[in-house]
Design a protein around this ligand. Structure first.
Ligand code: NDP
Length: 452
C-alpha cells in the first residue's frame, strides 16, 4: 500500500520535533507533523525555558545586597515585570522560530492544526483532510490538571503564570511538586508575598528526605510562607481578591491562586481507544521499551507515555524511535540513573536512589555534609548547602547522589556521568578536590555519617 508519509508525528514539542527532523533529515523519511498550538511544546513555550529565565530574574533580588557585602556601592531598584515579560515573550517567539526552521530545513511538512487518529495508518486534521502514514508517532505531551473543588476555576496554572498583566501582591500556590516549589521560589524572589499549601508532610515527595527537608527549610528562611499538611477546601471571588478556605481552618484572601497539582497526558478525544491504542489508568499511552503502542504502526514518546516526564528523556525516546523504526537498529530507551535538577532556591540536583529507597534495596553507607557556602556566608547569609552520597556496602558503588546548592543542576550533570559509569565511593575518593569549591566536598567525605 502507498502512504502519503513514512511517518506522521502528532505534537511539535521537544520529542516530536526531534523525532520528525531526525527521521526526515538523517533517515531520509517523508515526514509530516501536526501541532495545534506553538512549536516547542511545554518545555520551550510554557515550561522549562521561560521558567528558568524567571528563576534567573528572581535570583537578582539579592544581588545588590550581596554586592554591598563585598564592598560595592550598589542599590537595587524595583523589578519591572512588563519589561521582563516583553523580553521573555520575544525570546519564546525566537525559539519557536528556531523549531519551525529546524523542521523546514530537514524537509518536514508541518500542519498548524490539531490532528486525531482515524485508523492505524491515518490521521485526520482539523480541516477535515486525511493523511496516511506507514508509522504514526504520538508526542502529545501533557497538560496541568486542577483538583475539583468549589471555585477551582478562579485558579490559574503554570500555563498562565508567564502571561500575567501584573504580578500579584499576594499569591497562593497549591501543591508540593516540581512546579509548585519552583514557582514559590521564583515569585518570592520577584517580591510577591508567596504562600504555599501542600497536603503532605514534606514537599517534593519521592526525593531524598534530607535534601527535601533542607530545601523546605531554606524556602521558608527566604520568605516563602509554606504550610505543610494543608489543602484548599473552597475558593470564592470577593471584592479584594480570591477568598480561600484551607483545611487548616484558615480563611485568607489572595490576589492570585496558582494550582500546581500535577499534569495529565493529552490523550482525550484523540481517537486512540477507537483504534485500539491501550491507555493506562491515568490516561497515559502504554508503550513497550521501543515506545511501540498496542497498535504496531503507532508509537508514542514523551510525557504522554507517563514514563519520566523530562524533556531530555522525550528527546532520547524520539531518537531511539528513529533508530529502531527507520535505521533498522532496535534501540530500547535506557531510563536508569537519569540525573535531574529542580530549580528551587536553592536548587536540588539528584541522580540515582534516595537514601530511603536504597535502604529498602540493600545495606548502604551514607556520606553527607551540610555547610554554609563561602560566597553566601561572606555576604552574611545563613544559607546552607548539602552534599550526599548513598553507597552500596556490598559493591561500593554510588547508588545515589543528592546536592542542594546554588548551581546543583550544573554539578549533578557531571556527577551523573561518573555514577552512570558505575563509580564506587573509592573512585570518588581518589579524585583530587577542586579547591575552593562547594562540590569538592563530594570527594573529601571520609567517614559515613550512618550505615543502614
Ligand atoms: P507533580 O506530580 O510533581 O506534583 C503535583 C503536586 O500536587 C504534588 O505535590 C501533589 O501532592 C499535589 N497534588 C496532586 N493532586 C492534588 C490535589 N487534589 N489537591 C492538592 N494537592 C494535590 O507535578 P508537577 O506539575 O509539579 O510536575 C509534573 C512533572 O513535570 C514532574 O513530575 C516533572 O517530571 C516535570 N517537571 C520537571 C521539572 C524539572 O525538571 N525541573 C520542572 C517542572 C516539571 P502529593 O505529593 O501528595 O501527591
Amino acid at each position: 500500500m502507498e502512504f502519503d508519509y513514512d511517518l506522521f508525528v502528532i505534537g511539535g514539542g521537544s520529542g516530536g520535533v526531534r523525532a520528525a527532523r531526525v527521521a526526515a533529515g538523517e533517515a531520509g523519511a517523508k515526514v509530516g507533523l501536526a501541532e495545534e498550538s506553538r512549536y516547542g511544546g511545554t518545555c520551550v513555550i510554557r515550561g522549562c525555558v521561560p521558567k528558568k529565565l524567571m528563576v534567573f530574574a528572581s535570583e537578582y533580588s539579592d544581588t545588590a545586597q550581596d554586592a554591598q557585602a563585598y564592598g560595592w556601592k550598589m542599590m537595587a531598584g524595583g523589578f519591572d515585570w512588563p519589561m521582563f515579560r516583553g523580553k521573555l515573550e520575544a525570546e519564546l517567539d525566537r525559539l519557536e522560530g528556531v523549531y519551525r526552521n529546524l523542521l523546514a530545513n530537514s524537509g518536514v511538512e508541518t500542519f498548524d492544526m490539531r490532528a486525531r487518529i482515524a485508523d492505524p495508518h491515518t490521521v485526520e486534521l482539523a480541516d477535515g483532510t486525511r493523511k496516511t502514514a506507514k508509522h504514526i508517532l504520538l508526542a502529545l505531551g501533557g497538560w496541568p490538571v486542577k483538583p475539583d473543588l468549589p471555585g477551582a476555576e478562579l485558579a490559574i496554572t503554570s500555563n498562565e503564570i508567564f502571561h500575567l498583566d501584573k504580578l500579584p501582591k499576594r499569591l497562593l500556590i497549591l501543591g508540593g511538586g516540581y512546579v509548585a516549589c519552583e514557582f514559590a521560589g521564583i515569585m518570592n524572589g520577584l517580591g510577591v508575598q508567596t504562600t504555599q499549601y501542600y497536603r503532605g508532610a514534606q514537599i517534593l515527595r519521592g526525593f531524598d528526605e534530607e535534601a527535601r527537608g533542607l530545601v523546605s527549610e531554606e524556602m521558608m528562611q527566604s520568605g516563602v510562607d509554606l504550610h505543610l499538611g494543608t489543602n484548599v477546601l473552597e475558593m470564592k471571588q470577593v471584592e479584594d481578591g480570591i477568598w480561600v478556605k484551607g483545611t487548616n481552618g484558615s480563611e485568607r484572601v489572595f490576589d492570585q491562586v496558582m494550582f500546581a497539582t500535577g499534569r495529565a497526558p493529552n490523550t482525550s478525544d484523540m481517537g486512540l481507544e477507537d483504534v485500539g491504542v491501550k491507555l493506562g489508568r491515568r490516561g497515559e499511552i502504554e508503550v513497550d521499551e521501543f515506545s511501540q503502542t498496542s497498535v504496531p504502526s503507532i508509537y508514542a514518546i514523551g510525557d504522554v507515555t507517563g514514563r519520566v516526564e523530562l524533556t531530555p528523556v522525550a528527546i532520547r525516546e524520539g531518537m531511539a524511535f528513529v533508530e529502531t523504526v527507520f535505521k533498522g537498529n532496535p534501540t530500547p530507551v535506557d531510563h536508569e540513573l537519569i540525573p535531574t535538577a529542580i530549580f528551587t532556591q536553592p536548587e536540588i540536583g539528584t541522580v540515582g536512589l534516595s537514601e530511603e529507597d536504597a535502604r529498602d534495596q540493600e545495606p548502604v553507607e551514607i556520606y553527607c555534609t551540610s555547610f554554609k557556602p563561602m560566597q553566601q556566608a561572606f555576604a552574611g547569609r545563613s544559607d546552607r548547602v548539602l552534599m550526599k552520597l548513598v553507597v552500596s556496602q556490598k559493591t561500593r558503588k554510588v547508588l545515589g547522589c543528592h546536592i542542594v546548592a546554588p548551581g546543583a543542576g550544573e554539578m549533578i550533570q557531571m556527577a551523573g556521568i561518573a555514577i552512570k559509569m558505575g563509580a564506587t565511593k573509592e573512585d570518588f575518593d581518589r579524585t583530587v578536590a577542586v579547591h575552593p569549591t562547594m562540590s569538592e566536598e563530594m570527594v573529601t567525605m571520609r567517614q559515613p555519617v550512618r550505615t543502614a
